[in-house]
Design a protein around this ligand. Structure first.
Ligand SMILES: [Zn+2]
Length: 66
């Protein structure tokens, strides 16, 4: 449990706390599971910047190398 790093994210539409949910991603032909904060009411997902810049960037780099 990493409670110190967990930030509370609130859905701007429903005003409820987003719950982490294992989400299946497909990106540039790669697929992976990761925990993404998701609104239990409307299903809105929040993509953390670190994921967008970290993992996604890694995948992009991988593809460029080929
Ligand atoms: Zn919502």
């Amino acid at each position: 449990m990493s409670e110190s790093t967990a930030r509370k994210l609130i859905c701007y539409r429903c005003k409820v706390e987003l719950q982490p949910e294992k989400t299946y991603f497909q990106y540039l032909g790669h697929s992976f599971f990761t925990d993404i904060p998701k609104c239990p009411v409307c299903g809105l997902v929040y993509i953390p910047e670190e994921l967008a810049r970290g993992r996604m960037a890694e995948v992009e780099q991988e593809l460029e190398d080929k």
